[in-house]
Ligand binder design. Structure first.
Ligand SMILES: [Fe+2]
Ligand SMILES: [Fe+2]
Length: 175
């Protein structure tokens, strides 16, 4: 079974476009993940649902890594030191990343090996927790942090940052 990773970002001319494309993709995939878990709860894991689990696993495993790296090596360093408010926001967002990654590691254990799914209530608990953490974090970034980035960085800085994120993908390929 060969599953390809399709980068949700296609426009790197502005770092905010890259971040936004990932956020929209994560929100859609979060809803799909909850629907998948619903189906597994009612009908068990058949071949098609096992494939969907593996496919979700492959995508998230690469996308989570790329997206957190875009923010932690690109956007956050450029915003650091601008104000106590943005520094505090970044500190909080980094804590969120650690929490999301921990939650993902728990869920990934089952999505990557669907034959191991024998407790659907527990799977639902893990999926709901992961989706809730991602959604709350994305809302915080979109509503609180992105407006500060827009206000503080020039169009040329955003373009430089977009180039950097594009370059990061080609320099270091994800696992
Ligand atoms: Fe983030
Ligand atoms: Fe983000």
């Amino acid at each position: 079974m060969k599953i390809q990773f399709n980068d949700p970002a296609t426009d790197f001319s502005n770092a905010l476009f890259v971040i936004k494309a990932y956020h929209e993709d994560f929100l859609k995939r979060g809803e799909a993940l909850l629907r998948l878990v619903d189906k597994i709860s009612t009908q068990g894991v058949d071949e098609d649902l096992a494939y969907q689990c593996m496919s979700a696993y492959w995508h998230y495993n690469i996308a989570n890594h790329l997206h957190h790296r875009d923010e932690e090596e690109g956007v956050f360093p450029m915003m650091l030191g601008q104000s106590a408010l943005t520094d505090g926001m970044i500190e909080r967002l980094l804590l969120d990343h650690a929490e999301i990654e921990k939650s993902w590691a728990n869920l990934a254990e089952y999505l990557s090996q669907p034959d191991k799914i024998n407790n659907t209530d527990y799977l639902r608990h893990l999926a709901e927790e992961f989706e809730r953490l991602q959604r709350a974090h994305i809302n915080r970034e979109d509503e609180d942090f992105a407006p500060r980035v827009k206000a503080l960085l020039t169009a040329s800085q955003l373009q430089q940052l977009g180039d950097k994120l594009h370059h990061l993908r080609h320099k270091k390929s994800p696992a």
